[in-house]
Design a protein around this ligand. Structure first.
Ligand code: FRU
Length: 486
């Protein structure tokens, strides 16, 4: 893998021409996706500033232009009218003030009438590389450029470590106030969420306190990317706890999950009614965030980074890596469980329902109706059915075991290659979305999901499935423009 010095990773991009050759080199890679948002060059990670503004969905993501490395982060901007067809808009936010001299880190957006505001972490480092995180805001002008406020909304809280970031802005109808949740770490190195409030969007922010989550006082060392929604009469808290292991996730120390419960702003307490549950059981799913501006009581819209911090992927060799998951419409059922559905417009990408002949188109959807009993699904196998991503469903245990080690292209072997996918009610249906270098699986209409990067080689474009299952294969059209826009 290409090694980058710190100066190379933190180099400021002065003109699109500096990365044009890089784009020309990677654009025809066989792993470039058809309907997943991916970086023009370099690394994309967390979704940021996901919002519905007027009739348009805006999304940004963390972006390092120079290669598949974490370095100077930009917010790269994409837009859509239907959550499925996405257009590249270029850089939305750049690191260009003293408060964000080493990157514009993750955050959220808020649509207020005609204006669209971005709330982000200014990652400041001094000459000794000591970090000070600032919570900053900017207005996104209609020409796609950002007008930053001259001063941050607030700086770091002195009682916590340098890990304070990822502002999630929201309006509380009940309290008639804006709130910002910040992912944080206390001095005992425990993951926390800090709560700030104001009655105006761009000023008057004050620290309310630390969010209490009974039972989760010592749960990981940092809670990245917090997000809160009120849907289906419940409160939904999402975050990405780090520096801890989690059952079934091998050596990984980065996870993404949710709790359903009650948020009490008077006591700053989130009382879980459903324990921390993984959002997705796959190998690569992180930093999920819900769109703001949806203004619906009955659902939210979720997106995540297909990737994990500290992991490495084969396309690093090609100087790019990471994509965004499909947008998922989420609801909460009577068991306080999240139900995730692909956005409706995804159906418009279906080209044809091809013959289920055991071959896998590069971009496709497999709808599988399953009969009773145990069941096997092997994706990306060789023609003789060997190898691939192997999934076995044990009907007595209501659980899949998943093994990616038989794939030709192995990666992150030391993190984990075997995972599980719980099936909360007896298995009836699987919807499998394949897009050249990713797979997203929805089980029983989205009761549980499984997302992973895969890099099938030329000979791994087949699948096998247990007898009795009914399979429909739809080839899917391209939906991301992937044009060079910086
Ligand atoms: C999560 C994260 C965030 C941070 C961003 C920097 O992946 O570490 O906490 O804001 O990435 O790119």
């Amino acid at each position: 893998m290409r090694q980058f010095t710190r100066d190379e990773r933190y180099r400021v991009l002065k003109s699109a021409d500096e990365i044009r050759d890089l784009y020309e080199k990677i654009k025809d890679s066989e792993y470039r996706q058809e309907y997943h948002i991916q970086p023009v060059t370099g690394l994309s990670s967390d979704p940021n500033g996901f919002v519905k503004h007027g009739d348009t969905w805006h999304l940004f993501y963390q972006w390092t232009p120079w290669g598949a490395v974490h370095g100077l982060k930009y917010w790269y901007h994409v837009t859509s009218e239907d959550l499925v067809h996405w257009k590249n808009e270029g850089i939305g936010l750049a690191a260009d003030t003293e408060y964000d001299n080493k990157g514009v880190h993750s955050g959220s957006a808020y649509s207020a009438d005609d204006e669209l505001y971005l709330f982000y972490t200014g990652n400041h480092r001094d000459e000794n590389w000591v970090r000070t995180p600032y919570t900053c805001a900017a207005e996104l002008r209609s020409d796609g450029t950002a007008a930053k406020l001259s001063k941050p909304l607030f700086g770091p809280h002195p009682d916590y470590t340098e890990h304070q970031r990822d502002p999630k802005i929201f309006w509380s109808q009940e309290k008639n106030k804006f709130y910002i949740f910040i992912g944080a770490q206390n001095k005992e190195l425990q993951g926390k969420i800090l709560v700030y409030s104001s009655d105006r969007l761009l000023e008057g922010w004050k620290f309310e306190g630390e969010l209490k989550v009974p039972g989760y006082e010592a749960f990981g060392g940092m809670w990245e990317c917090p997000s809160i929604e009120h849907i289906c009469g419940k409160d939904l808290l999402i975050f990405s706890p780090q520096y801890m292991k989690y059952p079934g996730r091998g050596e990984s120390t980065n996870h993404n999950g949710y709790m359903v419960g009650r948020m009490d702003f008077d006591t700053l307490t989130f009382t879980p009614e459903r324990e921390f549950t993984l959002l997705d059981y796959g190998f690569d799913f992180y930093a999920a965030q819900c769109a703001s501006g949806v203004n619906a009581e009955d659902h939210a819209v979720l997106i995540a980074w297909i990737g994990l911090p500290d992991n490495h992927y084969p396309t690093e060799e090609e100087d790019w890596e990471g994509s965004q998951s499909m947008c998922r419409i989420i609801t909460i059922d009577e068991n306080n469980r999240l139900i995730q559905r692909p956005a409706e417009a995804l159906k418009s990408l279906r080209i044809s329902s091809g013959k289920a002949d055991g071959t896998l188109p590069h971009a496709c959807e497999l709808d599988i109706d399953v009969s009773d009993g145990d069941f096997d699904l092997n994706l990306f196998t060789k023609e003789d059915g060997s190898g691939g991503l192997r999934m076995h469903y044990n009907s007595a245990e209501l659980c899949f075991t998943v093994d990616k080690s038989p794939l030709d292209m192995r990666f992150n072997e030391k993190v984990f290659e075997q995972a599980y996918l719980p099936v909360f009610t007896p298995l009836r249906k699987l919807e499998v979305f394949i897009d050249r270098s990713s797979v997203e699986i929805f089980c029983n209409g989205g009761e549980s999901t499984f997302t992973a990067h895969v890099f099938p080689t030329e000979r791994e474009h087949f699948y096998t499935v247990s007898d009795g299952a009914e399979v429909t294969v739809y080839e899917l059209k391209k939906a991301v423009t992937d044009e060079f826009k910086v």
